[in-house]
Ligand binder design. Structure first.
Ligand SMILES: Cc1cc2nc3c(=O)[nH]c(=O)nc-3n(C[C@H](O)[C@H](O)[C@H](O)COP(=O)(O)OP(=O)(O)OC[C@H]3O[C@@H](n4cnc5c(N)ncnc54)[C@H](O)[C@@H]3O)c2cc1C
Length: 398
């Protein structure tokens, strides 16, 4: 069969490769004039890296990654460790795939390099999708009508396809924003930072980890803007810059290592974090959503792209052996397998934000005690229970 995938982000590329693995041909439509990803980091948990292995991409991706031995949670004011969880070899053995820290461009490039060049239509904006019993069509800005047995809309958090399918519904500002930067390792070598650190404080948290084989430190400092600064902080862009020194004012009073990193980061990027309201369905007939267009979430459990990659794996399974007439049923199976899990992950990620951002006092002390008690009894993060749910497992046949 032939599919059209709209959007060549991590989700759309993974979907293309998964459909190819299932024996189908794909036209991948991307509005940007060239493939690319922003200069930022991404964590990939074993639920996603397991899918990369199946796509024969794990070795190429892992070669560019950093592999943390553990994650360390710390308090904002003095950097005291609340608890730590294992992410290294033991986690890889337990979950059958590694926890990787990556430069987004490295991940994107590895996925893109595996797509046959003739399948890609860059500089092509989808402006409409329609369908009948026999086929689905994508109309492009140049007036072309592309035709296929199915269309997968992986067009991201601002998905137009979602509106075409299910009506007006906008991305929702999470009331949080993130300062971002990538720093050369030698610029922070003296700070004795944990490999993957998450520092928790009132209305804020601070995350850092190595990417690109440890050559760069990725920094994400999440904050809740004051009401008067909310409109500006809500700007959702990977390239918008904060005012020089703004992050130091927002994180005033934090542990000196956090402030050292934020100072050395110079003028940081600022990204307004948005989500999408969960949908009751992601598909109509021969058209289905995938990735952020279906289930954009706050990144506080580092699962958005991972869930998109899992969508792609299940989509491929659902369509393996399907005939053109069977496409609507196959897309139903894909959505049945994925929607509840992705929706639960959206909610868990939002809850994690609430927990991370508790004000100092009894609630934060109780959280710290709870985390320490859990870590004393469990080697892996609480959300790791979900990493063990293998979307590729044959016990959930599509
Ligand atoms: C600060 C931050 C940190 C994050 N950290 C992590 C993390 O550590 N781990 C993790 O798993 N996830 C993380 N995420 C989430 C992750 O970035 C997203 O979930 C993921 O990138 C979504 O991929 P996607 O392919 O669905 O969408 P996108 O990456 O947005 O791709 C959509 C693509 O569609 C194209 N497009 C859009 N409209 C059209 C059109 N009309 N025609 C043609 N092309 C179109 C776009 O140009 C784009 O290339 C993070 C998110 C943020 C904001």
């Amino acid at each position: 069969m032939r599919a059209i995938v709209v959007g060549a982000g991590i989700g759309g590329l993974a979907a293309t490769l998964s459909l190819r693995r299932a024996g189908h041909e794909v036209t991948l439509v991307e509005q940007a004039p060239r493939f690319g990803e922003v200069g930022a980091g991404i964590q990939l948990a074993p639920n996603a890296t397991r899918v990369l292995r199946r796509l024969d991409l794990l070795d190429a991706v892992a070669a560019q990654a950093a592999r943390p031995s553990h994650v360390s949670f710390r308090t904002w004011s003095d950097g005291a460790e609340i608890c730590r969880y294992v992410l290294g070899r033991e986690a890889e053995d337990a979950f059958g795939a590694p926890y990787l820290l990556l430069h987004r461009a490295d991940l994107h490039q590895a996925l893109a390099a595996a797509v046959p060049p003739g399948w890609v239509r860059l500089n092509t904006v989808a402006v409409g999708i329609d369908q009948d019993d026999e086929s689905a069509r994508v109309t492009t800005a140049s007036g072309e009508r592309l035709r296929a047995d199915l269309v997968v809309a992986a067009d991201g958090i601002r998905s137009a396809a979602r509106q075409w399918l299910f009506g007006a519904d906008e991305a929702v500002f999470s009331k949080t924003a993130a300062y971002r930067a990538l720093l050369p390792a030698d610029q922070v070598a003296d700070l004795d930072l944990p490999e993957l650190g998450v520092w928790l404080g009132p209305d804020r948290h601070f995350v850092h980890y190595w990417v690109r084989r440890g050559e760069l430190l990725n920094v994400v400092a999440v904050f809740t803007p004051e009401a008067e600064a909310e409109a500006e902080a809500a700007t959702e862009s990977w390239t918008a810059r904060a005012e020089p020194g703004e992050q130091l004012r927002e994180f005033d009073g934090w542990d000196s290592r956090v402030l050292d990193v934020l100072e050395r980061a110079g003028q940081m990027f600022r990204y307004g974090i948005h989500t999408r309201v969960p949908l009751a369905r992601w598909n109509i007939g021969r058209v289905a959503l995938l990735g952020d267009s279906a289930h954009a979430m706050v990144p506080f459990q580092a699962q958005g792209a991972a869930q998109a990659i899992m969508d792609a794996a299940v989509l491929g399974d659902a369509l393996a052996g399907a005939t053109p007439a069977g496409v609507p049923d196959a897309l139903d199976r894909y959505v049945r397998r994925r929607l509840a899990v992705a929706t639960a992950t959206q909610a868990d990620s939002a809850r994690a934000g609430g927990d991370f951002h508790l004000p100092d006092g009894p609630e934060a002390r109780a959280r710290n005690a709870r985390m320490a008690a859990y870590a004393a009894e469990h080697r892996f993060l609480p959300q790791a229970t979900a990493w063990g749910v293998d979307v590729l497992d044959e016990q959930w046949p599509c």
